[in-house]
Design a binder for this molecule. Structure first.
Ligand code: PMP
Length: 360
């Protein structure tokens, strides 16, 4: 069987995003920035009490219960909230909705690799200003005219957080385009760090967050955007032109429940932040260098060990971390912060490995 040249010529060909591995055997899994702790206990209770007879019906296309719960949680109006199937879905909709100018959109050269994939998929021109040698975004690079801006804060995979003054400066220089701050990891930067506090002053700002990290629900696929009601209305128009029923009934019910347990949320986030700070000290003892991580992962390199070799050796020993063979970051590993036990397991292995001194 073969496809005709005409068919092949008219197929949209894309270079897809490559997600981190999801091994099915039990490993120490520090490769996809998942939360090592379970979701809030109420989520399991909600699942047990679900009325499966309701599954006959389509879910609420407006996702009202979750939109309301998010609006209440963040002190915004329901008209300011958009929800989707993980923040990947929300971001894909944002690219399609807001980046329609002929001018290139801007995002850093080292960042979430999905941005480039969506830009190519939707034929959006883009430029990628370089992070400096310390992997910091240079805000002046975002002063030039453009078709929109997106960056994560903290950035990925560098884990570096930029201040609200920094974000505000970018907003001040770009009032004519939509600026999206992807806050997938913001809760691990500490309280009061989100650009949500700038929404009142910048109608062109859109903040995107997720339940996948701090709320331990990557498997449920829940993400959201918060911003000016007009931006949210345009996003919904695109959503309804694509798939009206993005949020399934189970995710809606579990998402609402997860939001209610603020104490559990604070506790797990604090625990991960503590483990991260402890892990920084452990990495330093072993001679690793790393960025000042404000996310639930660390971005580390060792002067004596090749990152790709270390990545392979760790994997052979059932410890999964993330490595990219790409320019500028090929000597780095991204290590998700797991439980204290998982991290101890990692450090026990690394201690032995570095003692053997089989470096480059
Ligand atoms: N933004 C960034 C920066 C990420 O690292 C991720 C996780 N891969 C996402 C968005 C998407 O996360 P999710 O779709 O699970 O919400």
């Amino acid at each position: 069987m073969a496809l005709s040249p005409n068919i092949l010529k008219h197929i949209r060909k894309v270079e897809p995003y490559v997600p981190g591995e999801q091994p099915q055997n039990r490993v120490v899994k520090l490769n996809t920035n998942e939360n090592p702790y379970p979701p809030a206990p109420g989520v399991a209770e909600v699942l047990q009490s679900l009325d499966t007879d309701q599954f006959r019906l389509y879910p609420d296309p407006t996702a009202e219960v979750l939109v309301s719960a998010l609006a209440e949680n963040y002190g915004v109006s329901k008209e300011q909230v958009f929800v989707g199937v993980g923040s990947d879905d929300v971001l894909a909709m944002c690219f399609l909705t807001f980046f329609q100018s002929e001018m290139p959109i801007l995002f850093p050269d080292i960042t979430y690799s999905f941005y480039k994939v969506w830009a190519n998929l939707y034929r959006i021109p883009y430029e990628c200003p370089k992070l400096d040698d310390n992997f910091r975004i240079q805000k002046e690079d975002y002063y030039r005219s453009n078709g929109g801006i997106i960056f994560p804060n903290p950035n990925a995979p560098t884990a570096i957080y930029e201040s609200l003054e920094f974000i505000e400066d970018i907003l001040l220089h770009n009032q004519d385009v939509v600026v999206i701050v992807d806050e997938a990891y913001i809760d691990f930067a500490g309280e009061g760090k989100s650009a949500l506090s700038l929404l009142g002053r910048y109608d062109n700002l859109l903040v995107v967050q997720t339940f996948s990290k701090a709320r331990s629900m990557a498997g449920m696929r829940i993400g959201y955007a918060i911003g000016n009601p007009l931006l949210i209305r345009y996003l919904n128009d695109v959503k309804y032109s694509f798939n009206s029923y993005t949020m399934n009934q189970v995710s809606l019910a579990c998402g609402v429940k997860a939001l209610q347990d603020k104490e559990y949320f604070r506790h797990t986030v604090d625990t991960i932040m503590e483990t991260r700070e402890w892990a920084k000290a452990e990495f330093a003892k072993l001679g690793f260098h790393f960025t000042d991580a404000s996310a639930n992962f660390l971005f580390v390199t060792h002067p004596n060990y090749d990152a790709n070799e270390l990545f392979q050796v760790l994997k052979e020993n059932d410890i999964y971390v993330r490595h990219w063979n790409s320019d500028r970051i090929a000597q780095y590993l991204r290590v998700t912060v797991g439980t204290r036990e998982e991290m101890k397991h990692l450090f026990t292995f690394l201690k032995e490995y570095t003692l053997k001194g089989t470096g480059k």
